[in-house]
Design a protein around this ligand. Structure first.
Ligand code: SF4
Length: 387
């Protein structure tokens, strides 16, 4: 084949590749728009215009939708108490997807929120993400909690608990479960009684414990009803609906919801997920492993540098662009440079490797000190009002 024909073929391949990437971008934009509409959520833009110092994630539309954020804006403006609940599964070390949520939590703490972080090790065990409850506890105390502390939370206003060690959460689960109706569960999860899938017992158990975690800050031991906010991925929306229903039945304030976009996995196959190890950067990763993962990562660019220079990259579907924008840049500079063709993937990956490795070295340096401070953050308050 002549060089000219080879070039034509390569150009065609690059065009086809971009068609797929553009359709992925459209699909993602459509997905978030449709879900926002379907769930009756509001977009974040109005909040960003009226709140004096919105978070970086809000300004950049990474936190893109909400319900009842007005209650939180009012609490911030009038110095009223408010709380945030954000739990996670301890099935492995934290990764950069988790860090995005914790960055948003830090903004909330700076704006007066009391932060509750349930570590749902019972769920890790029940759904089979860890082999035993003991393993999920070990991961929680050795890895997850120190990483959270190392991110810079204020111990006086941060309450972390590991479900299986904070037994009061099960008393609350018992209390809220009296207010959950089977009808509501079927409705919010879009199920029918004949549906096959997750064991209904497991679903009910997870639902009751999640609701207990979400409603905990409104029990009298924590000062009674108050505005609360739950940052979630869009797939967690049914739990918020359920918690709002139960909150009303208990005379609490229905929790507000703040929805963040998923961080794209490095393999380009959807959101970062612990089940695909190469799709994510763990906060405990060694520099060599980070370099390997980032060099192999999928991008929104072209295999042909000249083609990318001419047509620009597609940062909206690029995990590398997302990593930099979420964690290391203050604005959309990378997206603009990428879309214009000014920045190419080789240089971009090189810069990303430097930024990620520098961050991880600093984070890992803080872990030994953070491990010594776990007690300062653990929630131990007994819940006597329901006994
Ligand atoms: Fe992604 Fe960077 Fe390449 Fe743009 S230049 S597609 S952001 S790796």
């Amino acid at each position: 084949m002549s060089q000219e024909n080879k070039n034509i073929n390569l150009e065609r391949m690059a065009e086809e590749d971009y068609k797929i990437k553009f359709s992925l971008r459209e699909k993602e934009e459509r997905y978030y728009k449709e879900k926002t509409k379907e769930f009756g959520l509001k977009t974040i833009d109005r909040f960003v215009r009226y709140v004096p110092n919105p978070s970086k994630y809000m300004r950049m539309n990474i936190t893109f939708a909400h319900r009842d954020l007005e209650l939180i804006a009012d609490a911030i403006a009038n110095n009223k108490p408010w709380a945030v609940i954000s739990g996670l599964n301890p099935s492995g070390p934290l990764h950069l997807g988790h860090k995005a949520v914790f960055d948003e939590l830090l903004w909330m703490q700076e704006n007066g929120a009391e932060i509750f972080i349930p570590i749902t090790n019972d769920e890790s065990y029940v759904v089979g993400k860890t082999k035993s409850l003991a393993e999920s506890r070990r991961i929680a105390y050795e890895s997850v909690i120190p990483s959270i502390i190392a991110m810079g939370f204020n111990a006086e206003k941060t309450h972390i608990f590991v479900d299986s060690d904070y037994l009061d959460i099960y008393n609350i689960a018992m209390d809220v479960s009296k207010k959950i109706t089977l009808n509501k569960i079927f409705k919010v999860f879009g199920l029918s009684e004949s549906e096959e899938g997750e064991n209904p017992g497991t679903m009910f158990y997870r639902g009751a414990v999640q609701l207990a975690q979400i409603l905990l800050p409104q029990y009298e031991e924590f000062g009674g009803p108050k505005p609360t906010l739950v940052p979630v991925g869009i797939d967690q929306h049914p739990y918020i609906l359920l918690s709002r229903d139960v909150a009303e039945r208990k005379g609490f304030i229905p929790p507000a919801e703040l929805v963040l976009k998923f961080l794209w996995g490095l393999d380009g196959k959807g959101k970062m997920s612990a089940s695909r190890e190469d799709s994510m950067i763990f906060l405990t990763d060694e520099p060599n492993s980070v370099i390997k993962k980032l060099k192999r990562a999928y991008t929104g660019g072209s295999v042909l540098g000249d083609y990318q220079k001419e047509h620009g990259g597609i940062p909206e579907i690029c995990p590398i662009g997302a990593l930099r924008t979420y964690h290391f840049e203050l604005d959309n500079r990378i997206n603009e440079q990428c879309s214009s063709g000014e920045l190419l993937c080789g240089q971009c990956k090189k810069d990303t490797i430097e930024q990620v490795v520098e961050y991880l070295i600093d984070h890992q340096r803080k872990l030994p000190e953070a491990r010594k401070r776990i007690d300062e953050f653990l929630l131990r308050k007994p819940i006597k009002s329901i006994l």
